[in-house]
Design a protein around this ligand. Structure first.
Ligand SMILES: Nc1nc(=O)c2c([nH]1)NC[C@@H]1CN(c3ccc(C(=O)N[C@@H](CCC(=O)O)C(=O)O)cc3)C=[N+]21
Length: 282
């Protein structure tokens, strides 16, 4: 049996159509949603992600501005740029592309963005609201994953969700969102002993390791749902996930591909959060 493939690219496209309508309605009320992205340095991967965000924004009628700063930018200069954007009423969403150069304190930067414009959902206030189940800006990748699961009406209550990875932007928050949906959640990571014991029991397996093809069919329970968050660039320039798709697809009931899986959904949720910010919610 071959798994049902959850196409994030198509779902993101569908969501963008709906969001375009929403933006029209906001425009009628003289609101023009604006996302400002700050890009520090010239990491080619970051540049390409920022291009993707601009293209998707334009498609739904969100105005996007990119502020490009050299990699020699001081932390204080970056914080001042953010403080100005916090005060600018025309700017609804602020996103600082990560990772930042090593001389800049990422956590300080995140905490300088005013929570009501934190469309990444990385500010501790927004993380706290997520943890307590309040309405807030949810972090885009976990929110995208939840939206993919819901689009297939996959029941989450009582299911054993196993997360591999514990980053602040993916692993920790996806576990929290699944917990909020009444799943039973297990976190695994690089120090986990006997990873397979956990993954073989997973009804829902979320893989956010950051290394190509580390999870194959031998880690997966028959009929599991497999979400691949990995984005690994191979030497030939192609993209691949953390899951060995060709093997896993034979074991899973549902699986997300890379590319065209979680990545496009991450961007769609960023647009969703920007529209929410423009409406003045949270
Ligand atoms: N403040 C901040 N917020 C982020 O959300 C953020 C970030 N920093 N830094 C980098 C990561 C990475 N990320 C991706 C988004 C979309 C795709 C995506 O759409 N990928 C396509 C392929 C794109 C291609 O071909 O290059 C796909 O998987 O099909 C990938 C990666 C957001 N990030």
């Amino acid at each position: 049996m071959s798994a049902n493939i959850i196409n994030g690219k198509e779902l993101a496209q569908e969501l963008r159509l709906n969001m375009k309508e929403e933006v029209y309605q906001l425009n009628d009320q003289e609101i023009s949603p604006n996302l400002t992205v700050i890009l520090v340095g010239d990491n080619p991967a970051s540049k390409s992600y920022v291009k993707g965000k601009q293209k998707a924004s334009a498609e739904v009628g969100i105005k996007s501005n990119v502020i490009e700063l050299p990699d020699t930018t001081t932390e204080e200069k970056l914080l001042n740029v953010i403080r100005e954007l916090n005060k600018n009423d025309e700017v609804h969403g602020i996103l600082v592309q990560l990772p930042l150069p090593a001389h800049i304190n990422e956590q300080l930067v995140i905490e300088t963005i005013t929570p009501s414009k934190d469309v990444d959902g990385f500010h501790p206030i927004n993380i706290g609201r997520m943890m307590t189940g309040q309405d807030t800006f949810l972090p885009c990748t976990p929110f995208g994953i939840l939206t993919m699961l819901k689009s297939k009406n996959i029941p989450l209550e009582g299911k054993h969700a196993v997360i591999i990875g514990r980053s602040n932007i993916v692993g920790k928050p996806i576990g929290q969102l699944l917990l909020n949906e009444n799943a039973t959640v297990t976190y695994c990571h690089s120090r986990t002993i006997d990873l397979k014991t956990y993954t073989k029991d997973a009804d829902i397996l979320v893989v956010a390791v950051g290394r190509a093809h580390v999870i194959d069919d031998t880690y997966i329970k028959d009929g599991a749902i497999v979400i691949d968050v990995g984005i690994n660039r191979l030497e030939d320039g192609s993209l691949t996930g953390d899951v060995d798709f060709n093997k896993a697809v034979e074991k899973a009931a549902y699986i997300t591909p890379v590319p065209r899986g979680v990545g496009p959904m991450t961007i769609a949720m960023l647009l969703h959060n920007t529209i929410k910010a423009a409406k003045g919610l949270t």
